[in-house]
Design a protein around this ligand. Structure first.
Ligand code: PLP
Length: 362
């Protein structure tokens, strides 16, 4: 770890791979010999078109996407997608199934309802404060799609296996676990992810949409709210968030060329999560909040014996170079977000600190 940087466990915006930050720094004043920063060049320049094309190509390779899939860059965050999904894919009386696994699913449902769309909550884990992922759900075979949140950033749960929707396309919010593991994309009609957790900075949302879903989009939508606009114009209908997309491209390059792809990334993420949950389970002082079979490999949520100890833990963690360990304000407790950019060294530093803290306070 570089001298003046801390181990960053923030939930998002979150840690970025150090080589990515260093590459940004190296070329910040002169991008590809243009004599200008990437933040200063035209989004219609050859250089920037190259950035977008490369980001799309790398996404397709990493996720093994076939030609039916379009990779788009959209502003408005994942929150804008909650609304765009319903607007684009639930016109003309179509109905959809939603699975409610926490705060972000709840918001996705709310946005569809604001638009007056017909949706059914096919399953929910609200009965136990969203500490698990529902199983054996029966979905409406006539639903236009099934919406899930693949990883629940606040509650610390994650779908280990995606549900069997019997051919109904899955629409998934993957904001907090995209590119953390390989995917059988063929089951998904739409994947979307705010970049600021696992693939870049805030300001851009990646959306991946399959051809057959494009056919359902009404013609009369405002241009900026229609997925078709982004597909037809290669995400360059208007000025896109150039710097954010450039950073995403560098993160994807790091994933492919330095990490070696998503199988390798998933193995590292498994090892990190096992080490951290192992430390929690072995302690009797820390208590994981999610059911064991639903635990997230990305956001590890846990409690200490009292709120006072939790506050002390967060404060002393920071003093020891471990930042961002406070749980979301809506749930309290502690949370370590261990996205792709958090290395095994970060986990080791955290578990060492946890053991020391327990000894002193347990
Ligand atoms: C799973 C999930 N979905 C959606 C959002 C909202 O994303 P944004 O702030 O990009 O709108 C978040 C943000 O934390 C999230 O974790």
């Amino acid at each position: 770890m570089k001298a003046n940087r801390i181990y960053n466990f923030n939930p998002g915006p979150a840690a970025l791979p150090l080589p990515v930050l260093e590459e940004i720094q190296e070329y910040l004043l002169n991008f590809q010999g243009s004599g200008m920063s990437v933040t200063e060049i035209s989004h219609r320049s050859k250089q920037f078109e190259g950035v977008i094309e490369d980001a799309v190509a790398r996404t397709k390779r990493l996720l093994n996407l076939d030609d039916r899939y379009h990779v788009l860059f959209i502003q408005g965050g994942a929150s804008m997608q909650f609304h765009m999904i319903a607007l684009n894919l639930l016109a003309d009386g179509a109905t959809a199934d939603y699975v409610n696994t926490g705060t972000w699913s709840t918001k996705a449902i709310k946005e569809a309802e604001i638009l007056g769309r017909s949706i059914t909550v096919a399953a929910s884990s609200e009965d136990r404060n969203f500490c698990y992922i529902p199983k054996d759900i029966s979905f409406n075979p006539n639903a236009a799609f099934v919406h899930i949140t693949s990883n629940n950033t606040i509650k610390g749960t994650q779908w280990a296996e995606f549900p069997d929707t019997k051919g109904v396309p899955i629409v998934s919010d993957m904001s907090s676990d995209i590119m953390s593991r390989p995917l059988d994309a063929s089951r998904f009609g739409l994947i979307y992810a705010g970049a600021q957790k696992n693939i870049g900075p805030a300001g851009v949302c990646m959306a991946i949409i399959r051809d057959d879903l494009l056919e359902r989009i009404p013609d009369n939508l405002p241009s900026m709210l229609s997925y078709r606009t982004y597909v037809n114009k290669n995400s360059l209908y208007n000025t896109p968030p150039c710097f954010a997309i450039y950073t995403v491209q560098l993160v994807l390059k790091w994933l492919e060329e330095t990490v070696g792809g998503l199988d390798k990334m998933a193995a590292i993420n498994r090892q990190k999560a096992d080490a951290l949950y192992g430390c929690i389970d072995a302690s009797g002082f820390y208590r994981a909040t999610a059911d064991p079979d639903s635990r997230s490999t990305m956001n590890v949520t846990f409690r200490l014996p009292s709120e006072a100890l939790e506050a002390k833990f967060v404060q002393e963690g920071l003093a020891n170079g471990l930042g961002g360990l406070k749980g979301h304000r809506s749930v309290g407790g502690c949370r370590a977000s261990i996205y792709n950019a958090s290395g095994l060294d970060a986990i080791e530093a955290l578990t060492d600190f946890m053991k020391t803290f327990e000894k002193a306070n347990g």
